[in-house]
Write a protein that binds this ligand. Sequence first.
Ligand code: SF4
Length: 449
Amino acid sequence: MPDYISALDLFTIGIGPSSSHTVGPMRAALLFAEAVKANGQLPHTTHIEVKLFGSLGATGPGHGTSNAIVAGLSGITPEECNPDDVLTAWDSAVKARKWFVLNHEITFSESNFSYQPLIRLPKHSNGLRFTAYSASNEKLLEQTYYSVGGGFVEADHELYRPERPDVPFHFESAVELLEICAREGKSIAELAYINEAFIHGELALEIKLDAIWATMQHSIEKGLATRGVLPGYLAVTRRAADMAEQLANSEDEVSNEWLQAYAIAVNEQNAAGQRIVTAPTNGAAGIIPAVGYYALKYKNIDSKKISHDYLLTAAAIGSLYKRNASISGAEAGCQGEVGSACSMAAAGLAAILGGSSEQIENAAEIAMEHNLGLTCDPVGGFVQMPCIERNAIAAGTAVSAVRLAMLGDGSHKISLDTVIETMRQTGLDMSSKYKETSLGGLAVNVVEC
Ligand code: SF4
């Protein structure tokens, strides 16, 4: 039986700007550093070469990959790092011409990193290869990793993963999920809670869900209060704070505009490399927090219900995307990132507004159906345009999908499973130009100035 994909896998506290190009590579770099140490080769290592393949080679610099790898080699984790330390890691290493792998000093040069955008490793388009060398240039250890989206990492060699117990309610499709809900007389959130508590323990689960929701809220509030220009030569001006000021002074009904401001606030924080929750990726990190915050502010839903029923329902649906299609922009285009997040948010909102399991499934289906085919074409390789605004639009789509679903009784022709499979097939058919390589779409039609 395949492992259960937990809410705590899909929602991780980390840093921007990208789960696949920042968080995943940072974790891979730390895994490699630990492997060198475990093999007893750390004292003999004088330098490390890093090769970035495919999408990582194409858009890695704009996504902060180099900073993330250098930080990861030193032993820093996305969960516990100071985001500002990561933002300066590459420049610090280049300037000092040395760096630390865990606590061991090595020489460092820009030429130790090479970018191979046109080479796609067979397993995944986000490939990283690390090679540790001795002073005599002897190869001490070489390992290849893959950042497969949402901060998840795989490798050519077997990675140690703590064994996960079989959960009480295992499901691999929306049909199975709805069948279990009907049989057990429980909601999706109740089933998910039982599964999650079985894996993590109730206390740890409670603490982590609350921390995830608190971090989501903080990223909204910080984003709404921060002005300035985002990193990178595009010099994109932050606008969430200006939006908030205008909306606070408006006499019109502006809940939808606030919803969009919340999403933009998070994605601006993400683009600035700050603390956010990967949900289920960083590029799409604004949608689930924004819809949750909207429910808090405009639907009188309390925080406990959001940190539990909303997030757990969203994650149960997200696990279907991760298992049966992809949440990686490099694999499925933006439908895999923003589409999945939009669908997850719709499911979560329908749940906390009192929707039945069928209405929840319907809301998730509607939300993804109208994201099918969405390409990934970040301008300049930065997770900014179209990503930031796209989260705002998708947050609105999620709310609209819930309104439509709640006006029906949950019966509908196209199932969520069908839409997920369609997304998978569409992702396979999609040209690699539109899968986080910045080689097509807006990325080649926006004039750099
Ligand atoms: S366009 Fe979509 S998939 Fe691509 S980086 Fe932006 S948010 Fe992620």
